[in-house]
Structure formats: C-alpha cells, structure tokens
Design a protein around this ligand. Sequence first.
Ligand code: IMP
Length: 429
Amino acid sequence: MPLDIIVGTQWGDEGKGRVVDMLSARADYVARFNGGDNAGHTVTVGTQTFKLHLTPSGIIHPNTIGILGNGVVIYPETLLAEITMLRNYGVTVDPTRLRISHAAHLITPGHRALDRAQETARGKDQIGTTGRGIGPAYTDKTARRGIRMEEMLDESDFHRRMVAHIEEVNQTLARLYEVEPLDPSPIADQYADYAEKLRDYIGDTSALVWEALRRGQSVLAEGAQGTLLDLDHGTYPFVTSSSPLATGVMGGLGIGVGHVGRVIGVTKAFQSRVGAGPFPTEVQGDTAVRLRGTGANPWDEFGTTTGRPRRVGWLDGVLLRYAVRINGLTELVVTKLDVLSGLPEVRVCVAYRANGREYSDLPLGPADLSPFEPVYEDMPGWDADLTGVRSWGDLPAAAQNYLARISELSGVPVCQVSVGPEREQVVDV
Ligand code: IMP
C-alpha cells in the first residue's frame, strides 16, 4: 500500500479531521507532517467529540500508529494534555502508538511570547496568527538556532540549552518589542520535566515510515491548515510558516516521492478563513450567519483553536483549481454539503474579473487578490435535509448538479461528500 495524502484546499478548517478519521480506519500509520498546535481537528465519534490540535487524529483507531514528523513544531504542554485527554476517553497512547521525530522542533513559551509581541507590533497589519508561537519556532528552525526533539534526549545539556534559548528570546523581547522578559529557570525546569515524559516517544520516524512502506503497510499523511496558508504558495504574507501542501509531506516526513498514491484534497462546500488576508468570495450579513452557524454546535464555523468566528463565503472555483494544480490532487472530498440546504440559490465563483478581463486561473498566484472581482454562477439550491442521505441517488438533483460542477471546475473527481459530523454521514460518489 502506498502513501496516501490528505490536504486542505482552502485556508484550513475544511473538515480534514473527519476524512482522516475515516481513512485511518484502514491505515497502519497516520502522520502529521507540518504545523503545530495551531491546527484544530474536530472528530465526532458517537456522542464523543474530540478536538485535537497536535496529535494525529487517526490515533483514535486502535490499530493505527500516530507519527509527528520532522516538519511539525511541538508545544509539549499541548501534546501531553492531549495524551491525557485521549487516555481519559479510553484511547491507548504510549510510545508504541505515538512516535515523534527526533528532528521535529520544539515550541517554547519564548516563541509564544514573540508571536504575541510581533502581532502587537504589526498594528493594523496583523496576520491574526493563532498565537501559538508557530512563526517564531519556524524562524528559529530556518535560522539554525531551533531546539530539536533529539536535544531532549541529552539530559546533561538540555536544561542549559533551554536557559540559553530563553535568554536570547529575552534580548529580542526587551530590545525590539519592549516586553517584560521571561524567567528562564522555571521554563527550563518545566521543559526538563517534559523531556522526561516524552523521551520514549522520540525516534527516527523517517526510517519508520520507509520501513512500513517497504513492508507493504499503509501510511496516511494528515495535512494541517490548508493550501492557501502555505508559506510559499498561499496568500502571502497572510499564511502560516510551514508547508501544508502535498509536497510538504516529503520534506516534513523525510520520505521520497516514489511512494505516493492518492492525493486527496478536502474542500468545504463553501469557503471559510480565520485571521486576516484576502478572501474574494467572502459574504456578510444574513448569508454569512447562515453559512457560519451561531456557534451552538461544535461544527459551526468558529475556530477550533482560538474560538474566533470564521469569515465565510462562497466556494471559489479559481482557488480550488489552483489547489488542484499546486498539490497534484487526484480527487476531492467535499464536506458540509448539508449546510447549504435551504438556500434558494448556491453561488460558485467560476472566474475572476479585473480591468475588463476574465481570468479562469490566477495570473500571478494568490498573494494579491485585491484586483479581482469574482464572477459567479448561481445554481439552484435544494430544500431537503441531507443529513440522513447515504447514497448518491438520494441526493436532490440540485445537490448532484452542484457537486458535478465542482468536479468540472476543479478538473478532478469528487469521490466523497460529507453531510454531517458523524462518521457515517458520508455519501460515496
Ligand atoms: P499561525 O499559523 O498561528 O502563525 O497563523 C497564521 C495564519 O494561519 C492565521 O491567519 C491563522 O488564523 C491561520 N491558521 C493557522 N492554523 C490554522 C488552522 O489550522 N486552520 C485555519 N487557519 C489557521
């Protein structure tokens, strides 16, 4: 079995967690390859709703081993809290079921303090980060001064490394941002304690994945965030600091390209975004409330990590086609189709217009979308409640047409559709 990849085609929050949950039932390994606890994956199993930020959500299946690859940045407090939470729900999490790459980088309270200070300093140009220290941790990684998980294995030196790191952060906090310094010693003590707890989980996950694939086992790569938040290919600078793309899997897990099988793009039936940045198909007013929900349900459009109401809008076919190209998607899973029930018309953006010209593809990537106005196609809506539908034939014709149009616009088949948060609320196409 090859390496299958699941990525988000939008700005994150496409409902990847549930798709990973579905596919990991048959996978031997489920691996996170990018990001950190800025992600939020909600998985509903029966009456239990899990909100996971860092732990691969596939670990909920008893036969699946979770991996945090080298491309991930790890805030140990979050990881240990999730391990405890999962154990409380009866999920076994131990070093045989969760493996952490020795080359993954640590997030520290210093990174979180820097994230906050940098956002404040940006003033009206804030990115709207999750405040989890993601940017500063990846900055340290690329500046070659980050702290890798393997350093936790060196008991004699780790404490000193942490103190030196916090002292260095303090210089920046004080001189550049005029922010109170952090006390290095208790942080280093705390991290020494984390090292004790996490030591047995750390290993060479690149080799683990390679050996699994050679044995014919299946590996599922679970993307966090989404295509349009990619550091290089997203709506820069309103992006995250890692690569959530399918190509990020190779670097973020340390595995060659030859193993890749399916590359599945998860796309919501509409579009959402948290934080600042361009969003050509954004809607306001009643339609926005209609798409977002009120927050009464765990699946309404409020950030899993920050609780912020998400900006919402119509599906953007131009950006979807871009996501297909940049990831090499083989297929799409469309989520939350049920949310569109009851709308008299469903809009989909089929092209952009600027200076009297129409563009069906982006002329210069998605960083600056300000010149463009969406060209919409209005499709008939449907009234039927879809949450009980389990087969293609039972979908209203208008919903079938909408899905067919998504497939046509994106250029790849829609293989599955979700119509509610429960595991079984899916329709195979
Ligand atoms: P950071 O990743 O915390 O640095 O945030 C950078 C941008 O990415 C902000 O706009 C965040 O709201 C957004 N972001 C980061 N992670 C996620 C996610 O998992 N879902 C949706 N948006 C995210």
